[in-house]
Design a protein around this ligand. Structure first.
Ligand code: V1P
Ligand code: CA
Ligand code: ZN
Length: 406
């Protein structure tokens, strides 16, 4: 007997379609579908599918995506492929969306910040449309489960693409499934709280709701000054004093927690629990959307934090304790084996299960991903080596907590 059980007193649904794994951003691109495949292997390997209602996602419709995005942009996303990109880009209605070149551009950009050059953040690749409309469909189905009261917690690890703008792709994100979900929720819930623990600033979601007092956005992220090469940690926004659009009723309904590199478990927990706790107390949300980007883990290929899976999971547990309708989404995460560990662990937390740390290597399809001695073969252990020196001073964190309490 494995001892994995359904949660008592609440229902969890899991939304996924394995066809999202067919996408391929490009050889050197950090966004890999493999992380979703490995997550699925662990979730199934531990038997968590028996603790939730699982739904195969269907593609979102163009009309559903147009609720937030520009119809021209949505048409382009639905039709584009590497083969049609240049012909489409030459059409008058799309030409106007080609951005001006800046001094730093090394890749050729087409309309909507899309590109077929290798090295682009938002490449156009085979099967892209299918992938985009599927992850969006999964988020919308998860949202519908919550709105109709059929689920208390709904999960889509393939969603959480927080950088996409109304008519522009950005930072590996094309369709902003989070904004679409929150817009749906606003038809039912008076107030929605959005929390973002991805190592990057949740700029697309913040921007979409900067005039909206019924949505509060709260992002924790790496933030810092320009480096020697003239770049900032992506996307470069989300400073402490960025609190919603000044002079509108949305002012004070976004919060940002800019964090230096190397933050550890204890410091992150201190920040997260005090700021999130205080925000929930003051804003009194009717539902919560939590973007669980796993690039905030130590050892991530792009991230610069040192937090462990246990501490990352404690954020999810902390939010779940409110017992409010909860949407759990994925996001970034670029060291696939750790992304899979974290999201499997967090699926277990959502269903009130404590998993044995020993990964069931004998029944998962690709055990070698988790059995390398150097990386450890447990679910949560060993803790990640400190790859980034800790630049966070307790006094600065305390200052931030006080400042944001205003
Ligand atoms: O730094 C940049 C841009 C490209 N320069 C003009 C500045 N882009 C970052 C984008 C990070 C996106 C994170 C997405 C998420 O928040 C949500 C899914 O996790 C970037 C980086 C980097 N190290 O920050 N792009 C790439 N690396 C990249 C590397 C190889 C190939 C293509 C893109
Ligand atoms: Ca964030
Ligand atoms: Zn990220």
């Amino acid at each position: 007997e494995h001892g994995i059980t359904r949660p008592k007193g609440h229902k969890v649904s899991f939304h996924y379609n394995s066809r999202v794994e067919d996408m391929h951003f490009g050889k050197t691109h950090p966004m890999k579908p493999w992380r979703l495949t490995l997550t699925k292997h662990l979730v199934l390997g531990y038997g968590l599918q028996y603790t939730m209602d699982t739904y195969e996602a269907v593609a979102a419709g163009k009309d559903q995506v147009c609720v937030f995005h520009d119809p021209d942009y949505v048409d382009f996303l639905a039709e584009v492929s590497p083969q049609t990109f240049s012909a489409l880009s030459a059409m008058d209605k799309y030409k106007a969306h080609i951005p001006d070149k800046t001094a730093y551009d090394t890749v050729e950009l087409g309309p909507f910040n899309l590109s077929t050059s290798p090295g682009a953040d938002c490449p156009v690749f085979d099967g892209m449309s299918t992938y985009l409309f599927l992850y969006t469909g999964a988020t919308l189905a998860a949202t519908n489960q919550l709105i109709t009261g059929q689920s208390d917690v709904a999960i889509n690890w393939s969603g959480g693409l927080h950088h996409a703008h109304k008519s522009e792709a950005s930072g590996f994100c094309y369709i902003n499934d989070i904004v679409l979900s929150i817009l749906d929720m606003l038809r039912v819930y008076p107030r929605v709280l959005y929390i973002d623990i991805d190592v990057h600033h949740g700029d697309g979601v913040e921007e979409a709701f900067q005039r909206q007092p019924r949505v509060m956005t709260l992002s924790f992220h790496r933030y810092g000054p320009y480096d020697e090469t003239g770049h900032r940690f992506f996307p470069g926004t989300g400073g402490l004093s960025s609190v919603g659009l000044e002079g509108t009723i949305g002012e004070h309904f976004s919060l940002n927690v800019p964090i230096p590199s190397g933050i550890d478990d204890r410091q992150y927990r201190l920040l997260f629990d005090s700021i999130t706790g205080r925000t929930i107390e003051a804003f009194k949300p009717s539902a919560i959307v939590l973007q669980c980007g796993a690039d905030s883990l130590g050892g991530d290929r792009l991230g610069q934090f040192n937090i462990n899976i246990k501490a990352h999971g404690e954020c999810i547990a902390f939010v779940k304790k409110t017992r409010l309708p909860l949407l759990l989404l994925g996001g970034g995460g670029y060291t696939a084996r750790n992304v899979a560990r974290a999201w499997c662990h967090e699926t277990a937390l959502a269903t009130d299960n404590k998993l044995p740390d020993k990964i069931p290597l004998d029944i998962i399809p690709r055990p070698e991903a988790f059995s390398r001695k150097s990386h450890g073969n447990g679910l949560l252990f060993p803790p990640f080596p400190r790859t980034h020196p800790n630049d966070c001073k307790d006094a600065d964190l305390e200052f931030m907590i006080k400042k944001l309490d205003g």
